[in-house]
Design a protein. Structure first.
Length: 717
């Protein structure tokens, strides 16, 4: 009677279990599945046809296996595929002689595939101790090889390659790096992490740079693991301009948080004098009991130009801070202490606030059918100067120190009225206590009481178009009454006011606490929005503020001064295809524009673009003596599946010069990442010099925890 194939495979599985059965645990037993099974003599088991073996998480497939129980060996005919217990290492071969547990033996015509990226091929491979795989006269590459050509884009040829599967390291003896078959580098001994390893000590990718300030040089980072929760990266930089710089980055993770410390020390003569320079930044975040969180940041630099010279960060002030906060659905608790150091050449460090402290408790509540917030806040800042004079002419005494304690509350209730009208009433009140020192105008303790009430009426009108589109037209009228404050206080946190769609219907448009909006005024405007069934939308807002009397101290550039403010007009468009555009202008009745800005963004699979433009008139109140007219933009475009070009820049139309320009070109395929960059900084000051920088980074994908491969090369016939 002939047996069906499925029955033969079942019997083969059972037979192997009987032959290999020893007093071991079930997970240590081998399982075999095959089309046919024969027992030769009293110690050999022969499996033929679609053979599969499962043992301790490893999986082996072959066309034929001969198991010798006495010798404890497996003779395997291919094609052979051996997958380890993680599934990340695959061994392919045409023939193999292995031990019964597949931890020792010899494979012919072997190929190792690691994490579906890196491939190592050799005529023979030896499996040693279940941990090592040793290949002689081997070739390693992660590049695709097309038919008719056996030369990958890059390859490493070595006399011997040893893969340590436990440590996940690859060792090359007498390694030769080739590009397009051409030898470019010889290394007697090379160790690289395999692609399954995310973290290990060793050298990282070098970066080649050429700069007009620093010369032509190389950065070679070394990553050092200090245990499972700590590491240190050491990056020396040396150039032909006798610039020596060493950057250190230390990271440590704790059970409740983490810290990062980055710093550098350099020896250069950029300004004509050889000296030691450097910086240090420290960041940390920790979870505290009762859902509180502690964060801190420290910043220090040797001189104002170091960060810009070494292209670390474009900063004109350094802020060191420590903060404790807790955020819940109904409550916000926040406290911070900050220290500010200025890098601006025009600043006098002793006349700007260097030590600042803030605390806030805010609770959200429901009352009388509406919702509100109750706040307790305090603020204080100190200047190192003790002078009451205004030596730098900024309108503020050089040594003025201020402390403030405040309690405030706001409340709002909304109604749906007949005929589709929406109504609301709102109110806000605050009580502030100021203590001012070293100021001849504002001296001693100053109490201030402020309050405002308002009523709002909206009438949203909806129109549904025949094609499915929908338009919403919403006129809005808001009447606000705020009695004049009886006391004047120094204004330091409310000098820059934004007049936009968000602040048009506000009780107080000043951004800080030092200034408040008073008097009787009406906020009027209209919102219009259209929603298209194809996924795009368009919206517009037009409005202004009408006052019973002037005297709030708004700057000319804000557009909010006078009995009638300037007109605010805003427009935005958003499409389902990735386009977003927004614009806003503030203009008077004669259409003279005080401020305007524009934003344009577009993104799809192959291209991205973003730009912003701002125009604003000069305003001494905002510490700006010249008009602002500036454009920033950034764009990227996929030239091919592998090549991407990038460009960005900033141009100052008022000064008629560019501030910065950047170009980039990136190539990424299944085995190589090449990044080219060119940047030019045009800014000139007493602490910042213009400079041009070129950068080159090359990564061979397939070693360590790389970001991932790009699209594979297309093979043409």
């Amino acid at each position: 009677m002939a047996l069906s194939p499925s029955l033969r495979r079942l019997l083969a599985t059972a037979a192997l279990g009987l032959v290999l059965c020893t007093p071991v645990s079930a997970q240590d037993r081998a399982t075999l599945v095959a089309d046919s099974l024969q027992i030769a003599g009293d110690s050999q088991l022969v499996a033929d046809g679609s053979v599969e073996v499962f043992f301790q998480g490893r999986r082996l497939t072959a066309s034929r296996i001969v198991y010798d129980q006495k010798a404890g060996t497996l003779k395997i005919d291919g094609p052979i595929r051996l997958t380890d217990e993680t599934g990340e290492t695959v061994i392919l071969a045409s023939q193999a002689d292995l031990s019964a547990d597949m931890t020792e033996g010899l494979l012919t015509s072997a190929r190792v595939v690691l994490n579906q990226q890196l491939q190592i091929a050799a005529a023979e491979a030896r499996r040693i101790g279940g941990r090592y795989l040793q290949l002689d006269n081997a070739v390693a590459s992660s590049c695709r090889v097309c038919a008719g050509s056996d030369i990958p884009l890059w390859e490493i040829r070595a006399r011997r390659v040893t893969h340590d599967q436990t440590e996940r390291q690859i060792y090359f003896d007498h390694a030769q790096l080739r590009f397009g078959g051409v030898p470019v580098l010889y290394i007697p001994r090379l160790r690289l992490p395999d692609p399954t390893l995310k973290r290990a000590s060793g050298f990282l990718l070098p970066t080649f740079t050429s700069s007009t300030l620093l010369g032509t040089g190389i950065s070679l980072p070394y990553f050092l693991t200090l245990g499972p929760s700590r590491d240190l990266t050491i990056t020396p930089f040396a150039s032909n301009a006798e610039v020596r710089n060493v950057t250190l980055r230390y990271r440590q993770a704790f059970a409740t948080g983490e810290i990062t410390v980055t710093g550098a020390a350099a020896q250069d003569d950029i300004d004509g004098k050889s000296k030691l320079r450097g910086y240090v930044f420290a960041d940390g975040s920790f979870a505290l009991p009762h859902d509180y969180r502690l964060t801190f940041r420290g910043e220090a630099v040797s001189d104002p130009s170091y960060l810009s010279d070494y292209d670390i960060r474009e900063a004109d002030r350094l802020t060191s801070s420590v903060a404790v906060s807790r955020v819940s659905q109904q409550e916000l608790v926040y406290g911070t202490l900050r220290n500010i150091d200025t890098l601006r050449s025009a600043d006098v460090g002793s006349s700007i606030p260097t030590l600042l402290a803030d605390a806030l408790w805010q609770h959200r509540f429901a009352a009388m059918g509406g919702n509100g917030n109750l706040r307790f806040a305090s603020h204080g800042h100190l200047r190192s100067s003790t002078s009451q004079a205004d030596a730098n002419g900024d309108g503020i005494p050089d040594g003025r120190d201020v402390a403030r304690a405040s309690i405030s509350a706001d409340w709002r209730r909304d109604w749906v009225l007949p005929h589709g009208l929406l109504g609301a009433v709102m109110g806000e009140a605050s009580l502030d206590f100021y203590d001012v020192a070293q100021d001849p105008v504002y001296a001693g303790s100053i109490p201030r009481v402020w309050g405002a009430v308002g009523a709002e009426l909206r009438w949203p009108l909806v129109k549904t178009e025949r094609g499915g589109g929908r338009q919403v037209l919403e006129p809005v009228l808001q009447i606000v009454a705020a009695p004049n404050s009886s006391k004047a206080v120094p204004n330091e946190d409310s000098t820059l006011v934004e007049f936009d769609e968000a602040s048009l219907f506000s009780l107080n448009r000043f951004p800080g606490s030092d200034a408040v909006e008073t008097g009787l005024h009406a906020n009027i405007g209209v919102n219009w929005t259209r929603y298209d069934p194809d996924g795009w939308s368009m919206g517009a807002t037009v409005g202004r503020v009408l006052r019973a009397e002037d005297g709030n101290g708004f700057s000319d550039a804000s557009g909010l001064g006078g009995m009638a403010s300037d007109w605010l007009a805003a427009l935005h468009v958003q499409s389902a295809g990735g386009l977003y555009a927004a614009g806003r202008i503030i203009a008077d009745d004669s259409l003279d524009v005080a401020r305007g800005e524009m934003q344009l963004e577009y993104s799809n699979k192959g291209a991205s673009f973003s730009s912003g433009y701002i125009w604003s008139i000069a305003d001494v109140t905002e510490a700006r003596t010249d008009d602002i007219s500036e454009l920033v933009m950034a764009a990227g475009y996929n030239l091919t599946d592998s090549w991407r070009a990038k460009v960005s820049g900033r141009y100052d139309f008022a000064a008629e010069e560019a501030s910065r320009a950047d170009l980039g070109l990136t190539f990424r395929n299944e085995c190589v990442l090449l990044d080219l960059s060119l940047s030019r900084r045009f800014t000139t000051s007493t602490t910042v010099q213009p400079g041009t920088k070129f950068g080159l980074t090359l990564e061979l994908i397939g070693f360590g925890g790389s970001d991932g491969a790009g699209p594979a090369r297309m093979c043409r016939r």
